[in-house]
Write a protein that binds this ligand. Structure first.
Ligand code: FDA
Length: 305
């Protein structure tokens, strides 16, 4: 837990970012989790996954746009990505983060970009998933999501994080409105006032949320690499008579590759989240924080450099 907290703190630290970006060991580790630095490379990776029967969601990395110009740039990049997906004839979703579209600046700035992206996606029949970020943004992210979901209910879905106490309530609301939910454990550093501090409680909440989504959700996505929870999900779906076509599993690019393919072979929908772009640092650090072996490796390398 202490190591995880340290890595998540470093994820927001610019001096650590400089060190990691310059470190010779970083490139091969980054390549494991990030599909490339531009959309062409990411689309090629997505095509290779599709050929193996996997579904994809493309994510242009970036968060916390510092000004309006950067938010506008991100908005344009996502619109271009939608056209590239269409031109490539590649069935695929995209995942977006509202802080990349200007949420730190104002709700209206992020809304303008979000609405334009979802409107275009709706025209192209591409699905947009709004990722969930740190808890400071949860309320505003849900507010903007409700607005855009009212306009384009088929084209957009949300992520909820089981580690937050509030998620029991938010999940009920999202099920009620028929929104497509990706449920995750949660990846950010959160205080005990808003999130379960113990992993066992997070796992218990995650299981509870998966059951609710299997019972009443609209094509839910279970995003996890946790084998015990994947098996529990399969078992619960079977007991409840929920067909495999009515939900999907999701995993991150570079994690659990063999398991991803095995799930496809078993007849499950399996989507891989394919991140790309030059702003990979915070995403990369969160992935390292999820696994103690990764954390120890990188801390040792940083102390040496
Ligand atoms: P857990 O962390 O318990 O890991 C279970 C096992 O999986 C580990 O024992 C290990 O074997 C393997 N594993 C997990 N992470 C690994 C890693 N980084 N490297 C190597 N092995 C690893 N979070 C968020 O807050 N907002 C969001 O929008 C999203 N979006 C999202 C999309 C998708 C498709 C996925 C899969 C995940 C997210 N997440 C996320 C991240 C999520 O909250 C969570 O941090 C990670 O999925 C890790 O949790 P697990 O459920 O895998 O379990």
């Amino acid at each position: 837990m202490v190591l995880r907290a340290a890595m998540l703190w470093l994820a927001g630290n610019t001096r650590a970012e400089d060190l990691v970006r310059r470190a010779p060991f970083a490139r091969s580790m980054v390549e494991r989790f990030v599909a490339g630095e531009d959309s062409e490379t990411a689309l090629a990776a997505a095509r290779a996954l599709r050929e193996r029967g996997l579904l994809v969601s493309l994510d242009l990395l970036g968060e916390n746009a510092p000004d309006e110009a950067r938010a506008a740039e991100a908005g344009r990049a996502y619109l271009a990505l939608l056209d590239q997906i269409e031109a490539a004839g590649l069935p695929g979703n995209i995942s977006i983060k509202l802080t990349m579209l200007g949420l730190d600046n104002s709700d209206e700035l992020a809304w303008e970009k979000l609405e334009a992206i979802v409107r275009r996606a709706d025209e192209l029949e591409i699905f947009v998933r709004v990722d969930m970020e740190g808890s400071d943004y949860t309320e505003r992210t849900l507010g903007l999501f409700r607005r855009v979901h009212d306009l384009y209910p088929k084209a957009v879905g949300i992520v909820l994080q089981s580690y937050l106490y509030r998620t029991d309530r938010d999940l009920d609301e999202m099920i009620e409105r028929g929104a497509r939910v990706r449920i995750v454990k949660g990846a950010y550093k959160e205080p005990e006032t808003v999130a379960y501090p113990h992993k066992s409680d997070v796992d218990a909440a995650f299981r509870r949320h998966i059951e609710l989504l299997l019972e009443d959700g609209n094509y839910p996505a279970f995003a996890t690499h946790d084998e015990a929870i994947i098996r529990m999900t399969q078992g619960y779906a079977l007991r409840m008579g929920v067909e495999r076509s009515r939900f999907e599993f999701q995993m991150l690019y570079g994690i659990g590759k063999r398991r991803q393919e095995a799930l496809v072979a078993e007849g499950y929908n399996m989507r891989v989240y394919v991140p790309y772009g030059t702003s990979w640092y915070p995403y990369f650090m969160r992935r390292l924080a999820e696994r103690p072996a990764n954390v120890l490796f990188i801390l040792r390398q940083m102390l040496r450099s």
